[in-house]
Write a protein that binds this ligand. Structure first.
Ligand code: ATP
Length: 237
């Protein structure tokens, strides 16, 4: 399958400190790739670097087009949506306003309305709470809103940082199911950072392991599930 995202020699910096040491990876068109790694390995930083939220060097291509010279806003306009850790909903705005903010780069009012209805179809709880302030939603509802807001951009690639963090198992299952639907039915590629490694390897087709800013293992999700180091360190058996 062709690469939707191609990353070469990606380095990222906080001030003078280099946190990513030249990593290479791809996300296939319509694929789900997961980044595994211990705390502090650089997973969140990888997503931030792709969105242009931290200083970076290296090559990033989206559907063959170089995007590493672009601002965060331009990157979003070209089709990369980021659901950050901590969710990043606009807490003083309502559910509906958050969704409209997600669509701010788009024209086509009728399509935006249709997409909003689609989000409410994915997550009926958001429909019931469309007039509620985002800051008063439960953690699970906030995650649903963060994902929906990102999808309102109509992205080609969704960057997801720890979507299950702090959520109850039933809500996690619901969110992963919608990710699968979005990937299969809308063809949105997903790059997933997830501390629940078993779940991440279940949904992903490819995976790679990051250790202190370097890629140490990469392969299909099955290969990584079967890898002794991954099993011992991340799956606990
Ligand atoms: P976790 O699983 O704990 O979230 P991670 O793999 O996502 O970890 P990052 O958050 O990307 O790791 O952090 C990678 C390294 O960069 C860590 O050593 C961290 O301390 C450092 N770092 C992260 N954010 C900043 C920042 N704003 N300023 C300076 N250093 C930072």
């Amino acid at each position: 399958m062709a690469a939707l995202l191609e990353v070469r020699k990606l380095e990222a910096f906080y001030g003078p400190t280099r946190v990513l040491e030249g990593i290479d990876f791809e996300v296939a068109e319509g694929g789900i790739t997961t980044i595994l790694g211990a705390n502090g390995a650089g997973k969140t930083t990888t997503l931030r670097a792709l969105s242009g939220l931290v200083r970076r060097t290296g090559e990033i291509r989206l559907a063959g087009q170089r995007i590493d010279g672009h601002s965060t806003e331009k990157t979003a306009a070209l089709g990369i949506a980021h659901v950050p850790d901590g969710r990043g909903t606009l807490v003083n705005m309502t559910v509906e306003e958050n969704l409209r903010v997600g669509a701010y780069l788009r024209r086509g009012k009728a399509e935006v309305e249709q997409d909003m209805a689609r989000m409410f179809g994915y997550f009926p709880r958001l429909r019931e709470r469309r007039g509620q302030q985002a800051g008063t939603l439960s953690g699970g509802e906030q995650q649903m809103l963060a994902i929906s807001r990102a999808l309102m951009q109509r992205p080609r690639l969704l960057l997801m940082d720890e979507p299950s963090f702090g959520l109850a198992p039933l809500v996690i299952r619901e969110i992963f199911e919608i990710m699968r639907v979005v990937n299969r039915e809308e063809g949105v590629g997903i790059l997933l950072v997830e501390q629940n490694v078993a779940r991440a390897l279940e949904i992903a087709d490819h995976a790679w392991l990051l250790e202190t800013g370097r890629t140490v293992i990469s392969g299909t999700a099955k290969q990584l599930r079967d890898d002794a180091q991954i099993r011992r360190s991340y799956l606990g058996f």
